[in-house]
Design a protein around this ligand. Sequence first.
Ligand code: ZN
Length: 214
Amino acid sequence: MRRRVALTFDNGPDPDVTPYVLDCLSRHDVKATFFVVGNHLTQPAPAIIARSARDEGHWIGNHTFSHKVPLGELDATKALREFERAEQELEWLDQPVRLFRPYGRRGAIGPHLLHRVVVERLLSGGYTCVLWKSVSGDFKNPDGWMDTALADCRSREWSMVVLHDIPSGAMLHLDGFIRSLKDEGMELTQEFPPDCLPIVRGEIVLPIEGYCAS
Ligand SMILES: [Zn+2]
């Protein structure tokens, strides 16, 4: 059985780090997904970089507008606003499947992730909600996350590595990490493992209660 790995990059675009990541992915002919923070796209350089990523075949997803408070800890109006303002910055996106990843606060999974009004919006808009099973911790261990991530990839048939295209220094190891995955015969795929997708194209396909506060 060939193990499969999907790479995702959260919290960008960053004017320095994201182009570096794009170059690395291009060298390895790997397509990935960038979950972008809406308010970064109000700046010209990150907005251009997000479009380049799209042009190079990567997928782009909404990762909230301000990325400060998990949706489940906001009132309905503010939670919906976090989603919609990021969508406004992504109006140019012409992707067949619209993607959303909530803000988790250092990767935590739990009922703080989603708010009922946003779930309703994901359903009515035909969105796919992309969560995660584990995080590599690249943001807190920029020089050692690769071992954690690699061990995780070995332990699952199909895994998703959650990385961050932010100036932590962690992405300096991306090239070596992709080489290790390839050396171990793993297939890099853009498709997400189904156990990370509670909502697919506007349909709830996994129990959502554990991810939704209200
Ligand atoms: Zn994030």
